[in-house]
Design a protein around this ligand. Structure first.
Ligand SMILES: Cc1ncc(C[n+]2csc(CCOP(=O)(O)OP(=O)(O)O)c2C)c(N)n1
Ligand SMILES: [Mg+2]
Length: 770
C-alpha cells in the first residue's frame, strides 16, 4: 500500500479533532441541551471517546477497506456515529437523539443503529473475541467456495485496556491458535484507566507475552514521533518517564506542564535542566501527551506496516480524555464537561456557537479541501449490507424410526440422514461443539462430513489401523468445527457463524451442541449472540436429573427458566422423535426467515417408548408450544401437564387416573417459552382491541375454569407453574428444586417427586374439596 501524502496526515489530524469534537458535543447535547423529561442522567463517555479518536480516524479514513469489519469499544460508540455523520450516512436527527428512543444507541448496535455496525458491543470482552470467530467463519466460507477472495476482509477490534481482564479474550486466542486464525487486528486503547481508577502497572508486558505465545505479532505504539525524538536525546529522562507508575502518569497528564516541570526538576535535578529550558509549560504538557495512540504519523505507519495476514495486537498508548479538561483524571470515565468547559472546547475547535452540528465547521478553506477529499476517498462500507436470507430450501425432515428412542439419539440420526440425503441444506450446515461432539451424538454426522481445518489433519488412528467408531480427520471441506471445552467460545462461534448472511452475504445453518447445564457457563455470550440477531440451532443435551448416574454436577435445573427470559431464542423440549424432527425443520426455517430467531433444543439421553399417532394434527400445536397428548373432556376438572423426558411417567399416571377421573387430559408442553410469549402477546393485542386467544388460552379453555393442573418437568417447577395464571386454574407444580444426585431413574424420580405416585398425590390434592 502506498504511504499517504503528507497532506493526508494533516487531514487525518483534522478529522481526529473533528471526531473528538462531534463525539463530545453529541454527548453534551444529550445531557445539557436536549430537554430532560425525567431527570435521569443521560450519560455517555466523553473521555473514552477522546482516548481513541486518532486511532479511529487513522483506521476509518485511511486503513480500512470495504470488506473490513470492526467491533468498536462500547464507550466509543459516539465516535463511530461521528464518523458516519462525516461520511453522510448518519443523520443529525439520530445524533440529536443520542441515547433517546430510536436515536443513536449508547453502545454500537447491529440491529438498532441505522448506520452499518458490524458487531454490537456492550458487554466488554465479547465484541473483541467475536472478531476472531468471524475471521474463522470467513476462512470457512472461502474454503467452501462461498466467499470470493476479493470479498475477504480483515477483522478489527478496538479494545479498552481494562477489557483485557476479561478471560473470554484468552479463551478465544487459545482457540484461534489451534485454528491458525488470521486477518485480525486488535487495537488496545492503552489509556491505563478503567471505570473506577487507573489500572495495574506494566500489564502490557504480560499481555505481550500471552499474545505472542498464541502466535500474534505485538506492536507497541508507546511514543508519538515528537516525544520519541525528545526522549532519544535525553536518556535519563526517558528512563524516568518509562518507570512512572500509571497513576502518577495520569495525574501528571491531568495537572499539566507546570507539574511536569516541578516533578522533573525534583527527581532529575540538574540532569534535566538542558531539556527543560527547551520547553515552556504548555509545550511540555503537549510533548508528554504525544503518545503513540495520539500520533497520526505513528498510527498510519503502524497500520501500513501490518498488511500481511498475521494476527496483530497493537498496544496504542493514549490518555483517557485526551484534549479535554479532565484528561488523565482517574474519575473521568463517566465524566461530562460542564457548559463552560464545553464552550471552551468549542472555541478551541473554531466552532461557532449555534453551528455545533455543522460537520466541517471552522475548518479553514485550505484544510477543508484535503479533509473533503479524504472523506470522499474513504473506502469503508457506508450502507448496511442487505440481509441475504431465503436461499436454501428446507426439506421435510422425517422422524427416525424406532419404538424406543431418546431425543439425543434421534438428533444424531436426523443429522446423519440429512447428511446422506445431501440436500443443499446439509451442505450449508456447520456444526460445532466444545469437546462434546461424540457425547452429544454429533459423531455420525462428523464421520460423514469431516472436521474443518484450513490445513489438512490426518486421523492417526485410522492410519495406524486402530479400530475406532469415530473418524477424526480434518480438511478444507469439513463441516464440523471442533472447539476446546470453553463454552463461551461455542456461543461466540455460533454468533459469528449465525451472522454469516449479514457479514458475508452467505447464509450458514450453524448447529452447536453442549451439555445443558453448561449453558450457564457461556450465558453472556449466548445473550450477546441473540442480541445481535445471530441465527443458529443450539442443542443442549443431556439435561435434567434424567441424567441419573452422572449426578448433580451435570444435571441441569434452570435452563428452561433462562430460555423463558431470553429474547431471540426459542426453547423447544421434545419428548418424542417425531416432535424433534418437526422442531428441527422449524429451527432451520427460522434461521432462514428474516423475522425468525434462534432455537434451543433441550434433549435427553433417556430412551422412551414412542407414541402412536393418528394423523398429523398434533404437529402444528406442538410447534406452537403444546398439544393435547390425551384430549380432555370438555369442561374437565383436571389435567396433567408434562414436558420432555418425563412424559412416560405422565402417560402412566394418566392411564391410571383417567379410570377414576373421566375426561382427565394430558397436555404435552413442547415450549413453555412460546406459550408464555403467545399469552402476553395476546394480552397486549387485547389492549388494542384485538380479541384473539393465544395458543395456551385455547388449550386450557378446554378445561373447566376451576380445573386443577398438575405440572411435571425435569427442570425448575416454575417453568410450568405459571400456567395457572393464564385462566386462573389451580396448579400443583412438580419439578426439581434442589441439586440432583446420582441414582437410578426410579430412585431419582421418586426422591424428587417426578413419579406416578407424586402425580397421583398432586391430582388428589387438587380435586379434594377445598
Ligand atoms: C462485562 C462488563 N462488565 C462491566 C462493564 C462496565 N464497564 C464498562 S466500561 C468498563 C471499564 C472501561 O475501561 P476500559 O476498557 O479501559 O475502557 P476506556 O478506559 O477506554 O473507557 C466497565 C467496567 C461492562 N460494560 N461489561
Ligand atoms: Mg482504559
Amino acid at each position: 500500500m502506498l504511504k499517504p501524502a503528507t497532506t493526508d496526515i494533516e487531514a487525518l489530524k483534522t478529522l481526529d479533532e473533528r471526531l473528538r469534537w462531534l463525539s463530545a458535543w453529541t454527548i453534551h447535547h444529550a445531557n445539557h441541551v436536549r430537554e430532560n423529561k425525567d431527570g435521569l442522567k443521560v450519560g455517555g463517555h466523553q473521555a473514552s471517546c477522546a482516548s481513541m479518536t486518532a486511532i479511529m480516524a487513522a483506521l476509518y479514513f485511511h486503513a480500512l477497506g470495504p470488506n473490513d469489519r470492526v467491533a468498536v469499544k462500547p464507550h466509543a460508540g459516539p465516535v463511530l456515529h461521528a464518523i458516519h455523520y462525516l461520511l453522510g450516512t448518519q443523520s443529525r436527527e439520530a445524533l440529536e437523539n443520542f441515547r433517546g428512543l430510536g436515536g443513536a444507541q449508547s453502545y454500537p448496535s447491529r440491529t438498532k443503529d441505522k448506520i452499518p455496525v458490524d458487531f454490537s458491543t456492550g458487554s466488554v470482552g465479547l465484541g473483541v473475541a467475536i472478531t476472531l470467530f468471524a475471521s474463522l467463519v470467513q476462512d470457512y466460507l472461502t474454503a467452501h467456495g462461498w466467499l470470493a477472495e476479493q470479498d475477504r476482509g480483515r477483522f478489527v477490534a478496538l479494545i479498552g485496556d481494562a477489557e483485557l481482564d476479561e478471560g473470554n479474550i484468552y479463551e478465544a486466542i487459545i482457540e484461534g491458535a489451534k485454528h491458525d486464525v488470521r486477518n485480525l487486528w486488535w487495537i488496545v486503547d492503552y489509556n491505563r484507566q478503567s471505570l473506577d481508577a487507573t489500572s495495574a502497572d506494566r500489564m502490557f508486558e504480560r499481555f505481550d507475552e500471552i499474545f505472542r505465545s498464541c502466535g500474534w505479532r505485538v506492536v507497541e505504539l508507546r511514543y508519538g514521533k515528537k516525544l520519541s525524538a525528545a526522549l532519544a536525546k535525553h536518556n535519563a529522562l526517558k528512563e524516568w518517564f518509562e518507570h512512572l507508575p500509571n497513576a502518577e502518569l495520569s495525574a501528571l497528564h491531568y495537572q499539566g506542564g507546570a507539574a511536569w516541570r516541578k516533578r522533573i526538576e525534583a527527581e532529575l535535578g540538574k540532569k534535566a535542566a538542558p531539556f527543560l529550558t527547551e520547553y515552556d509549560d504548555a509545550a511540555l504538557a503537549s510533548l508528554f501527551t504525544d503518545l503513540g495512540g495520539h500520533c497520526m504519523e505513528s498510527l498510519v505507519d503502524a497500520f501500513d506496516a501490518a498488511q500481511d495476514d498475521v494476527p496483530t495486537l497493537f498496544i496504542a498508548w493514549t490518555i483517557k480524555g485526551f484534549g479535554l479538561p479532565f484528561a488523565g483524571h482517574k474519575d473521568n470515565h463517566a465524566g461530562l464537561m460542564n457548559p463552560t468547559q464545553l464552550a471552551a472546547l468549542r472555541g478551541a475547535m473554531g466552532v461557532r456557537e449555534g453551528q455545533e452540528w455543522e460537520p466541517l465547521e471552522g475548518i479553514g478553506d485550505n484544510a477543508r479541501t484535503g479533509v473533503e477529499a479524504l472523506i470522499d476517498r474513504t473506502r469503508v462500507a457506508r450502507e448496511k449490507r442487505a440481509r441475504s436470507f431465503g436461499t436454501v430450501p428446507i426439506p421435510t425432515i422425517p422422524a427416525p424410526s424406532g419404538d424406543e428412542q431418546s431425543t439425543q439419539a434421534a438428533f444424531g440420526r436426523i443429522l446423519l440422514d440429512l447428511s446422506k440425503a445431501g440436500d443443499d441444506l446439509a451442505d450449508k450446515i456447520v456444526t460445532t461443539s466444545p469437546d462434546v461432539t461424540v457425547s452429544t451424538n454429533l459423531g455420525a454426522w462428523v464421520n460423514q462430513r469431516g472436521l474443518f481445518r484450513r490445513s489438512a489433519l490426518a486421523d492417526v488412528f485410522v492410519q495406524a489401523k486402530i479400530a475406532s467408531a469415530q473418524k477424526w480427520s480434518a480438511d478444507n471441506n469439513g463441516q464440523h468445527i471442533e472447539l476446546g471445552i470453553a463454552e463461551s467460545n461455542l456461543f461466540l462461534m455460533l454468533a459469528a457463524a449465525g451472522l454469516s448472511g449479514d457479514l458475508f452475504g452467505a447464509r450458514l445453518f450453524p448447529i452447536g451442541t453442549l451439555y445443558d447445564p453448561f449453558i450457564a457457563r457461556g450465558l453472556d455470550a449466548l445473550n450477546y449472540a441473540c442480541y445481535q440477531d445471530a441465527r443458529f440451532l443450539l442443542v443442549a443435551t443431556p439435561s435434567g436429573i434424567t441424567l441419573g448416574p452422572e449426578g448433580g454436577a451435570h444435571q441441569s435445573i434452570n435452563p428452561p427458566l433462562i430460555a423463558l427470559g431470553q429474547p431471540g431464542l426459542r426453547h423447544y423440549e421434545p419428548a418424542y422423535a417425531d416432535e424433534l424432527a418437526a422442531m428441527m425443520e422449524e429451527a432451520f426455517r427460522l434461521i432462514d426467515d428474516p423475522a425468525g430467531e434462534s432455537t434451543y433444543l433441550r434433549l435427553s439421553t433417556r430412551a422412551i417408548q414412542q407414541v402412536e399417532r393418528s394423523g398429523d394434527s398434533w404437529r402444528e400445536d406442538a410447534l406452537a408450544g403444546g398439544y393435547w397428548l390425551r384430549e380432555p373432556a370438555s369442561g374437565a376438572e383436571a389435567a396433567i401437564v408434562a414436558m420432555g423426558a418425563v412424559m412416560p411417567e405422565a402417560l402412566a399416571a394418566w392411564e391410571e387416573l383417567s379410570q377414576d377421573i373421566p375426561g382427565l387430559g394430558l397436555l404435552a408442553v413442547t415450549s413453555p417459552d412460546l406459550l408464555h410469549r403467545g399469552w402476553t402477546a395476546a394480552q397486549a393485542a387485547r389492549w388494542k382491541g384485538e380479541r384473539k386467544p393465544s395458543h395456551v388460552e385455547r388449550l386450557l379453555s378446554k378445561l373447566a375454569p376451576s380445573a386443577g393442573l398438575v405440572t411435571l418437568a425435569d427442570a425448575a417447577p416454575a417453568s410450568l407453574s405459571w400456567l395457572g395464571g393464564v385462566l386462573g386454574q389451580r396448579v400443583a407444580p412438580l419439578g426439581v428444586e434442589k441439586f440432583g444426585q446420582t441414582g437410578s431413574l426410579a430412585d431419582l424420580y421418586a426422591t424428587y417427586r417426578l413419579d406416578g405416585a407424586a402425580i397421583t398425590e398432586a391430582v388428589a390434592e387438587l380435586l379434594l374439596p377445598q
